[in-house]
Design a protein around this ligand. Structure first.
Ligand SMILES: Nc1nc2c(c(=O)[nH]1)N[C@H]1C(S)=C(S)[C@@H](COP(=O)(O)O)O[C@H]1N2
Ligand SMILES: [Mo]
Length: 344
C-alpha cells in the first residue's frame, strides 16, 4: 500500500539531480585531507549491515516517532493571517509526502528512504547554544525556548535547488525573536548555524565520512531578522518529525532548500561570512546567497521551472520563490556586482 503510494510520486531516475550527485568521492577525500586508512577504519564500523536491516517497510506515521514532548500542548499553533495557503498560489502538499521525501544527508542521500533511517536519532533532551559576538550568550533547552516563544503556523512555498518544490505548513517563531534575546554586538554581521553530528545515530554520517561534516549554513543578520525567516519546531500542526529536522530547523522560503538546515545545535554570530558544508564541497554550485531566481541557471541545469511534488508537474520558478516584496530590498546593494549574486 505504502509502496504503491510512494511509487506514484517518486521521480524517475533520469530526473534526479541531487546536490551530491556530482561528488567524486576520491577527489573529495583528497581535498578534505582524509587518509585512505582513516576512511577504511570509519567504514569498518559495520554500518552497511545495520542500514539494510532497517529497510523493513513501516507506515509513515510510525516512522515519525514523535518524542514524548514537553511542549506538545502548544500545537497546533494559531495560523498566520498573512502566510496562508492562498498566498502560496497552490495547494498544501500532503503530509505523507512531506514526511517521506526528504533531503537529510546525515541519514540517507535517497530522498524516499530518509524517514526509514531516523529511528536511532535522539532529539530530546536537546540544547541550542547561541553565542559568538553577542552580549548575552545563552544555551537553551529547546523545549524551554519553544515554550517562551510566540509560535505561529505559516504556509510557505518550498523549493529545493534540485528543482522539486512543495507547499508546507511550518510551525515556528521568528528568528528575530531569538536575536533580540541575545543582543548581537556591533561587529556581528553573519550567523553561522550547525546541525548535530552523531555518527552512531546518523547512518549517513557513518557511511559517508568524506563529507565535511557537520552540516553548517549561514545568513547575514539582516536576513535572519527578515519577517519571513523562521525557526521551525513543527509542521502540519504537530512537533517536527525527525526526518524534517527535529527539534528545530531553519526556514528561509526565498532561498533554496539547502540553506534551511535541520536539527540545529549551535547559532554563532560572526564578523566573517561563515563557510558552509555545500560551499566547501562545490563552491560554484551551492554558494552562500542561494536566492531563488529563475534566470540564474545552476551550472548543471536550468532553474526556469520547478517540479511540484507529488505529481511533478512543471511550473515556472518565481523570483525569490514569490517573496520578492519581503526580501528584494536586502539585495539591492549587491545588484550588478556580478551577474550571479542572486544565486551565489
Ligand atoms: N542538516 C541537514 N539539513 C538539511 C539538509 C541536510 O542534508 N542536512 N538538506 C537540505 C536540503 S538540500 C533540503 S532540500 C531541505 C529538505 O527539507 P525537507 O526534507 O524537510 O523537505 O533540507 C535541507 N536541510
Ligand atoms: Mo535541496
Amino acid at each position: 500500500m505504502l509502496i504503491r503510494k510512494l511509487r506514484g510520486w517518486e521521480i524517475p531516475e533520469r530526473e534526479v539531480t541531487p546536490e551530491g550527485a556530482y561528488l567524486n568521492r576520491r577527489e573529495l577525500v583528497r581535498s578534505m585531507g582524509f587518509t585512505a586508512a582513516g576512511i577504511g577504519s570509519l567504514l569498518a564500523t559495520g554500518s552497511f549491515a545495520k542500514a539494510s536491516a532497517q529497510q523493513r517497510i513501516r507506515g509513515v506515521d510510525e516512522a515519525v516517532n514523535y518524542p514524548d514532548w514537553p511542549a506538545v500542548d502548544k500545537y497546533p499553533a494559531k495560523k498566520s493571517t498573512v502566510f496562508t495557503e492562498e498566498l502560496t498560489g497552490r495547494e498544501i502538499t500532503s503530509e505523507n509526502v512531506t514526511l517521506a521525501y526528504n533531503n537529510f544527508y546525515e541519514f540517507r542521500t535517497d530522498k524516499a528512504n530518509v524517514w526509514r533511517n531516523v529511528e536511532r536519532f535522539e532529539t530530546r533532551p536537546w540544547e541550542v547554544e547561541v553565542g559568538g559576538l553577542v552580549n548575552n550568550p545563552q544555551t537553551f533547552d529547546v523545549d524551554d525556548l519553544i515554550r517562551s516563544m510566540p509560535l505561529e503556523e505559516r504556509v510557505y512555498r518550498f523549493r529545493c535547488v534540485e528543482a522539486w518544490a512543495a507547499t508546507v505548513p511550518w510551525t515556528g517563531f521568528p528568528f528575530r525573536a531569538l536575536i533580540e534575546r541575545v543582543q548581537p554586538q556591533s561587529g556581528a554581521k553573519y550567523i553561522r548555524m550547525t546541525t548535530a553530528l552523531r555518527p552512531r545515530q546518523m547512518v549517513g554520517v557513518e557511511e559517508q565520512p568524506w563529507y565535511p561534516w557537520p552540516y553548517q549554513e549561514g545568513l547575514t543578520i539582516e536576513e535572519a531578522m527578515n519577517d519571513l525567516c523562521l525557526l521551525a519546531t513543527g509542521v502540519y500542526g504537530k512537533p517536527m518529525p525527525k526526518q524534517n529536522g527535529a527539534p528545530i530547523r531553519l526556514i528561509t522560503p526565498w532561498k533554496y532548500g539547502f540553506k534551511q538546515l535541520k536539527s540545529i545545535i549551535s547559532i554563532e554570530f560572526t564578523e566573517e561570512q561563515p563557510k558552509t558544508l555545500w560551499s566547501t564541497v562545490t563552491p560554484g554550485e551551492y554558494g552562500f546567497w542561494a536566492n531563488i531566481n529563475p534566470e540564474v541557471a545552476h551550472p548543471r541545469w536550468s532553474q526556469a521551472t520547478e517540479r511540484v511534488i507529488p505529481n511533478n508537474q512543471r511550473v515556472p520558478t518565481r523570483l525569490f520563490n514569490g517573496y520578492a516584496e519581503w526580501v528584494a530590498d536586502m539585495y539591492s546593494d549587491l545588484e550588478g556586482e556580478y551577474g550571479e549574486w542572486l544565486y551565489r
